[in-house]
Design a protein around this ligand. Structure first.
Ligand code: PFF
Length: 472
């Protein structure tokens, strides 16, 4: 059953409700777990400057474009493209595929966070010197991380199958502000540690000599990942948005909230990291190694703070992964006529298998590679370095070249009621600058990257989708 006709859309109960949902999707593991370790692996300050450039020149404009497409069509990603032009259905489908693959590793890290919440109470902080080794042993174990991943995924399934994202949003309303407060506190602790100055210079004094084509691609991919862009998630959220809402100001608020959390995470982590003598390029374990060490130095109250921190991180992760799962489920429901529960169970069963492979690639399956990388990296690199950036580029081309400029203007300005002086500049960016910029960054990044066969595979997948566009 194909359903592309416009249905009556429910709207968000309040502006706050929408902002919390969109920011809830954006703020997640990407900001707190991924951003700091990518910064460490890409040389520090220079990466942050390039990242901020990507947010300002690409992310913000794409966020507004996704909101506008969603609200104008009143449809989720695939439907929104399809309604305008059937040849473009593949761009929406690519987004669905991105969501699907991100869910091949995201719940693994969500499970780590859940585990650390419990471990904070059961002795993790008692031996600060062992925290680093502990993390390595934990994630490479054959069974324990799988159990936590399954619990984490089950929470997602429960929420999405019941269609009760409201509950998780309510939790987010309390825990997200708490996360902010906790970060401010962590920053104070971290910068006052002996030797913290080196960490501050590391992130605030860019060393440009470490920058390569790959740095730009990593920063661009991270910008898309962190803002939940390039896969239609914000198109879907925009489709529920009230016609009276000011789109540019909502886009700016979500982007600012997301970026401030990422920066706070970096400012909290790097000074402590240098103080404790951890390697900046240590990789995915950064937040799980450095943050517990800060808390471990604080005695009993540290345990409490650590529990709250990992609870807040888990909730932040949940509000993001629920939106990822929902993108896939919504596609199966809207376009393939599948029932919500069935769609949720089938998709998450496959996601669970992908996550088992990802988790085991840290230990038992570490010798096994596809396209030169382990499963975890396969899902991660494929989505974040190829699919999201290309997804964003396709959206920009679609909006700039296949939508009517006047209608877009009416949509973005609420028929002239909202003054948006930057409309022409935004339109120019979306139509000309962003597609070229992404193409150049993707080209230089892909030629500089070690995993070339994986990149070619990713591009081939997109070509195949495009060929079968009308069938999707
Ligand atoms: N933005 C989320 C994070 O930073 O953790 C991840 C994500 C969620 C990406 C939803 C894409 C998406 F559609």
């Amino acid at each position: 059953m194909q359903q592309t006709e416009k249905k009556a859309r429910e709207n968000w109960g309040s502006r706050f409700g929408f902002l919390m949902a969109a920011a809830g999707s954006a703020v997640g593991l990407g900001n707190i777990w991924r951003f700091p370790y990518l910064t460490g692996m890409n040389g520090g300050g220079a990466f942050i400057v390039i990242y901020l450039g990507c947010i300002l020149f690409v992310g913000l404009s794409i966020m507004l474009a996704e909101f506008a497409v969603g609200r104008k069509t009143g449809l989720a990603a695939v439907g929104a493209y399809k309604a305008q032009n059937r040849n473009w259905t593949f761009a929406g489908a690519l987004g669905v595929l991105s969501g699907f693959f991100i869910m091949g590793f995201y719940p693994v890290v969500g499970g780590w966070s859940l585990a650390y919440m419990v471990k904070s109470v059961t002795g993790l902080l008692a031996a600060p010197e062992a925290i680093g080794d502990y993390f390595g042993a934990f994630i490479s174990a054959p069974v324990e991380p799988l159990v936590w991943m399954v619990i984490y995924l089950a929470i997602n399934i429960f929420i999405v199958a019941k269609g009760v994202a409201g509950g998780i949003e309510a939790a987010g309303k309390i825990l997200m502000p708490m996360l902010y407060v906790l970060f401010i506190f962590l920053i104070f602790r971290s910068v006052s540690l002996p030797g913290a100055g080196a960490g501050l210079s590391y992130i605030f004094k860019p060393d440009w000599s470490v920058v390569t084509g790959q740095t730009f691609l990593a920063a661009l991919g991270q910008a898309f990942f962190s803002l939940s862009l390039g896969m239609g998630c914000m198109i879907t959220y925009g489709s529920y948005l009230n016609k009276k809402e000011n789109l540019p100001s909502n886009a700016l608020t979500v982007v600012t909230m997301d970026t401030s959390v990422a920066l706070m995470a970096a400012i909290a982590i790097f000074p402590a990291l240098f103080a404790f003598g951890v390697e900046p390029a240590a990789g995915p374990g950064l937040v799980f190694v450095v943050v517990p060490q800060i808390f471990a130095q604080m005695g009993g109250v540290g345990v409490l703070f650590s529990v709250i921190f990992f609870l807040a991180l888990t909730i932040a992760a949940l509000t993001s992964s629920v939106s990822l799962l929902e993108v896939v489920v919504a596609y199966l429901m809207d376009e393939k006529g599948m029932e919500r529960k069935k769609a949720t169970y089938i998709t998450s069963a496959i996601m669970c298998v992908m996550c088992i492979l990802s988790s085991l690639s840290m230990g038992a399956l570490s010798g096994f590679t596809i396209f030169g990388v382990g499963f975890f990296d396969f899902f991660d690199i494929l989505t974040d370095k190829i699919f999201l950036a290309i997804g964003g580029m396709l959206l920009a081309i679609f909006v700039g070249w296949f939508m009517n400029k006047e209608e877009l203007k009416q949509e973005v300005t609420n028929n002239g009621e909202v003054s948006f002086g930057l409309f022409e500049a935004w339109y120019f960016m979306v139509k000309y600058v962003i597609p070229v910029l992404i193409a150049v960054v993707a080209y230089t990044g892909i030629t500089a990257i070690a995993q070339k066969s994986l990149m070619i595979f990713g591009l081939l997948v997109i070509v195949v989708l495009a060929i079968f566009s009308k069938k999707l």
